[in-house]
Design a protein around this ligand. Sequence first.
Ligand SMILES: [Zn+2]
Length: 147
Amino acid sequence: MTGPSGDGPGGARGSSQRGPARPQPGDGLSPGQAAEIHEALDAERAETLARITALRHEFDGIVDSTALVATDDEHDPEGATIAFERAQLAALLEAAQDHLGDLDEALARLREGRYGTCENCGRPIGAGRLAARPAARTCIACASRQR
Ligand SMILES: [Zn+2]
């Protein structure tokens, strides 16, 4: 253990005093804002999960009643309605699962400090759009261009 010479004033290691001590969660996002976004994403995620569970339940119910109907009468006009309902539920389920994926990705971006940046053009996504759609992956310009 060789000790320091001790001839300096002792301030040698603080050469970069302006460096931020903690990592910033994203461009212009304060830790408070990041926490708020995290909360909004978490809440929407829980909602989406509940919706998926409910839709699956409903879907299974329709499948069950179809089995009963099928043994009863092939020409049952209910069949078409049931097929339509099932297709609708399947589409809703798919959309909800897509949305869940978007929310997971938004949470990951938030963790990595990339939240609020358009995936397509790299520009910041407007605050208003993010408030309405916390899981938005693209800015409004790119979203309207894509469809
Ligand atoms: Zn964009």
